[in-house]
Design a protein around this ligand. Sequence first.
Ligand SMILES: NC(=O)c1ccc[n+]([C@@H]2O[C@H](COP(=O)([O-])OP(=O)(O)OC[C@H]3O[C@@H](n4cnc5c(N)ncnc54)[C@H](O)[C@@H]3O)[C@@H](O)[C@H]2O)c1
Length: 261
Amino acid sequence: MDLKLTDKVALITGTGSQIGFGKGIALALAREGCHIISVDVDLEGAQKTAAEVRALGRKAIAIKADITKKAQVDKAVKEALAEFGKIDILVNNAGRASGVRPFVTTTEAQWDIDIDVNLKGTLYFTQAVLPHMLERKYGKIVNFSTHAAHQPTGLAGAGPYIAAKAGVVMFSKTLAGEVGPSGININIIAPGPGATNFHRTSGAPPQMVELVESMAKEGLAATPQDIANTVAFLVSDVAKKLSGQVIEVFAPAGSPGGGAN
Ligand SMILES: NC(=O)c1ccc[n+]([C@@H]2O[C@H](COP(=O)([O-])OP(=O)(O)OC[C@H]3O[C@@H](n4cnc5c(N)ncnc54)[C@H](O)[C@@H]3O)[C@@H](O)[C@H]2O)c1
C-alpha cells in the first residue's frame, strides 16, 4: 500500500529514548518519505534519532523541549516551521508516569507530573501547531493514551496517570469534531505493554518490568515497529475517513498479559 507520505513533515515528541516508540515512529515515517523534527527533553537522544533519519536520506532536526513548558513548546514549533516551512503531522508521543503507589499516599507534585507530561504537554503542542494546520486546511495528529485507560478497573496504583491518559482520549475526540471540517484528522493510539524505557523511568515495580520483559520475549509486547506501523497508517490519507478513533495496539485477547476485550 502506498501511503503517499513522501516529503511530508512530521514533528514527533519523545524521540530521545533509543528503545522507545517515538524513535520507532521517526524511523518508520522517514522510510515512508517523511522529514522529521525530533523533539525531546533529552537532546542527545533526539539528536541520535535525527542522525539515523538523515542516514535514511531524509531531512531531520533535533530540538530540545520539555513538553510541560509552554514557552519551550511554542519555541520548538517556531523553530520547526522556520526550518521546514510546514508541519503536516504531529505525533504527541512523549509521556511518563510518576510511579505506582496507593492513591492515598500520592502527593500533588506526583499528580502534577502525570497530568502535565501526558495531558498538558499534548494540549500545548496541539495548540501550538493547530493554527498552522487550520490555515493550510491539512493536518494529521496522533495522540497517546494507554490500553490501561480502557480497562474496567484501569491500573491499580496509577490513578492520576490513567486519568491523564483517559483525558487525552476525550480531548482528542472532542477536537477531532471541532477541526475535522477543516481537514484535520486526530486519532489516538492506546498501546499495550511495551519493553521500552517507560516502566523504568516511570517507577514501575520490578514485577511489572519483569512481566513486560517476559511478554517481549514471547513476542507479545507492543514493539516500536507495531506502534510505528499504526501511526504511519493513521497519518496517511489512506486513513482520511478515520478521526476521533482509539486504536489499541495490544497482544491478542487470551494470551498472557493480553487484551481483555
Ligand atoms: N511502554 C509502554 O508499556 C506503554 C504503554 C502504554 C502507553 N505508553 C505511552 O507511549 C508513549 C511512549 O512511551 P515509551 O514506551 O516509548 O517510553 P520511553 O520512556 O522509552 O520514551 C518516552 C520518551 O518521552 C520523553 N519525555 C518524557 N517526559 C518528557 C517531557 N516532559 N518533555 C519531553 N520529552 C519527554 C523521554 O525523554 C523519552 O525519550 C508515552 O506516551 C507512554 O505513556 C507506553
